[in-house]
Design a protein around this ligand. Sequence first.
Ligand SMILES: O=C(O)Cc1cc(O)ccc1O
Ligand SMILES: [Fe+2]
Length: 460
Amino acid sequence: MTTAKSQVYKYQQGFGNTHATEALEGALPVGRNSPQKVPYGLYAEQLSGTAFTAPRADNQRSWLYRIRPSVCHTPFEQTPSPNLVKSFEVGSAGHETECESTPNQLRWSPFPVPTAGGVDFVHGMHTLCGSGNPSTRSGLAIHVYLANTDMHSSAFYSSDGEFLIVPQQGRLDIQTEMGHLLVEPNEIVVIPRGIRYAVRLPDGPSRGYILEVFDQRFELPELGPIGANGLANARDFLYPTAAYEDKDDGDYAIINKYQGQLFSITQPHCPFDVVAWHGNYAPYKYDLRRFCTVNAVSFDHLDPSIFTVLTCRSNTPGVAIADFVIFPPRWMVAENTFRPPYYHRNCMSEFMGLISGSYDAKAEGFLPGGASLHSTMSAHGPDRATFEKASTENPQVPVKLAPDGLAFMFETSHMLALTKWALKKEFPGGKMLQKDYYQCWQGLRKYFDPKNKDGKWGEL
Ligand SMILES: O=C(O)Cc1cc(O)ccc1O
Ligand SMILES: [Fe+2]
């Protein structure tokens, strides 16, 4: 039996809540997780997202009631994974997924989406950069997906990390073990480690960004003096409701990302056979247009951490393995202020992408579907055109920034190694790495004049 399409995208609300959902009335056992016999002849299976003994506030697990337990499958076999990184060790030469390091400021033109041949979400995933290692549960990877076809009779899961997926072009129709999610550009979806899903592309050729964290999970940032409300509000995070397929005459492949390589298993029954589930370990989506932006209403450009949607904590208080930060449409009202992002050198690495529109630090060259990386302590900031415009605007009236745009940043405390694929200058279907990126700062003039305290701003 397949769930009717009208029932498909039905969500439960609330970040980190313990949810409970059943596609058949009475399928969820009452008052216990593992009764001797589960209603309707289902199997009970626990999915642990944290160590059994993790503190209660961090502990995440769900109970799935399914037609067959996940263990009914053929042995894992390695399958080619030519676009994914096994190790972020630097220095090896050769294959495109081997890594190099560079402190250079990097910018990519929009990553080309394949037009020929069927490339699905899994096979269209390319690692750009990362650090650490899934086997020691440290670090992260940044990938892009460039896909043009649906996943058929297959499901994917990562043993390596939690995926935060940012679609840039095309919606993602995601069937997960725990139900369906429809995710469009301007929304994000988070799929925890181990949860199986299939991605379909209702709008055809699709592109987006993925931040995969190998250790902790994404959580809402502390709000401190902001108070109890604002930024991303917990109630706006949407979780799927149970939906199942009772099919066992097929040939289903399940592809597992395991230590940066792909392994495949097969089984005759559909992996999306969970009739009911409860718990707090589940995928969720969030509409970035719900983000309640907070910022300076008097003067100065505050640090972009004020725009943090989700954070993945490290063990050092206040330091993230990765923050997911957005630059949404908002009012800029600061007076006597250089309004664009300031010139900057940062102990963190800043990877940025653009979903639509333009970004206030760059007049041109940073395009939707492209990206930039400003690595640890590498200087960056506005280009000349942006600097000159922002230094002379007078009077400084309220301005709606990025009225139809959305940029984002993956900011990490790790130093990133880059794949040879990411550093390729020529690429079939387009140029990716912009070899002249540094030029956007070369024209910044000297205005210093020790005899003129007020500067020569009139001559800009
Ligand atoms: O454009 C960037 O590089 C990101 C960024 C944004 C901002 O508002 C302040 C500092 C900063 O590095
Ligand atoms: Fe910065």
